[in-house]
Design a binder for this molecule. Sequence first.
Ligand SMILES: Cc1cc2nc3c(=O)[nH]c(=O)nc-3n(C[C@H](O)[C@H](O)[C@H](O)COP(=O)(O)OP(=O)(O)OC[C@H]3O[C@@H](n4cnc5c(N)ncnc54)[C@H](O)[C@@H]3O)c2cc1C
Length: 464
Amino acid sequence: MNQYDLAIIGAGPAGMAAAIMAVAHGAKTCIIDEQPAPGGQIYRALQQCDKQRGEILGNDYLHGRSLIENLTTLDADKLFGASVWRIDTSGEITYSREGNAQQITAKHIIIASGALERACPLPGWTLPGVMTVGAAQILMKSSGLFTVNAVLAGSGPLLYTVAAQLLNAGCPPRAIIDTQQLKNYFSAATHPNAAFSNVATLNKGIRYLRQIKKAGVPFYSGATQLHIKGDPEVEVISFQCRGKSHHIETSNVLLHQGVVPNTQLTRSLRLQHQWNNQQRCFHPTTDPWGIASSENISIAGDGRSIGGAINAEAEGSLVALGALEKLNLLTVAHRNKQAKSYKKTLKKEAGLRRFLDALYPVPTELIDPADSTIVCRCEEVTAGDIRSLVPAGCTGPNQTKAFSRCGMGPCQGRFCGLIVTEILAAANQLTPDQVGAYRIRSPIKPVTLAELASLATTDTADSP
Ligand SMILES: Cc1cc2nc3c(=O)[nH]c(=O)nc-3n(C[C@H](O)[C@H](O)[C@H](O)COP(=O)(O)OP(=O)(O)OC[C@H]3O[C@@H](n4cnc5c(N)ncnc54)[C@H](O)[C@@H]3O)c2cc1C
């Protein structure tokens, strides 16, 4: 079993920046990612991107090039195509790669596992032909496939980014149904300083909206009561906008309502988490250096709290400095000195995030779905099913598993977890923190018997 000073899970901007910082200070480092190459969500498949695809995906995407180049030449072990399915607080990491399970140990672990798109439980969201905008973007980045004639529905920066990328690719969306309400602009206006601290990002958003308007893509703002219908696949999306009912025929719907921290690994470690009422999600509790409630585990990037790619990169460096000090590879004075410029970036990005959180709150319809709407898509459990469990004594997400199999499918509650918490909190008149979240157990990813057996073979081979 290979042993390291530092193991980093996730090779997005946070994980890559952390690895670069760790190696610069002499830490024996390993970085692991289930993707075949570094980049994370934002810089996915950047190494295989040609000029044309680069022009379609834009400068924010190409920005990751130097980070990836630095990682590629780094004197660290890089395990790509390696999916981590168990971590122990002792520092043991178990992952599967090419059909074999393997283990490494590290004195300190940085979890930089990023974000997931928030699930959008609305009527018809499980029909074939419905994806998230992030899924459509993964197809663009990794395979050069562009969704044609798509209706984009929801809100948030990624929705407009993907709309602009589809336009650049010559695949204009059929329509954009924006669920953002006018009142959100007033809430966001209470954070003017936060907004103006990062004018370049604001201008980018305005540019995307202008591009969409100029291209003549029908844009419905303030939409409510979204409903997708079709049999056996999507045929129409209906909604209310400014007092009128609308129906758009389509075979492709792309949904989006922001991203939330991917807490599967941090939950499986039984680390402390807390509810963020503005972003309506749980995130792990950490100290200012990203150190979690178990002191040999740190967390960086969107998996710690949603902050965006620039934030993730700066945080990766900062959290690595904190870990290096814990490993006695850096003095407190050196750590603090080097942290200054990253702290400055983080302060600027935090300001922008407050503004964006106020501008794009999660719509009530998603937090409180209609009884007939499927919430757990793996086991087809509806919001009404979950509410009906409450009088029978179901107070938290873990009981829903026993009562209904909710959260017991292959995704292990990754998608439905937050909404199950919200529904139970409302029904039991408790806060999400009081209701809690699914108890996540390893393996956090589906593992085959052959993979488990390969672990036993390794053990036997190593034993005297
Ligand atoms: C689908 C999607 C698309 C996005 N597109 C954009 C965009 O175009 N522009 C933008 O500004 N922001 C985008 N974002 C937001 C963006 O992800 C972040 O702001 C930024 O990438 C966060 O960086 P990070 O390093 O924290 O995490 P990420 O970049 O998400 O990197 C996390 C990495 O951890 C790996 N990982 C997770 N769990 C495991 C495991 N168990 N085993 C092994 N590896 C694991 C993942 O494969 C991933 O590569 C997107 C988010 C999502 C979910």
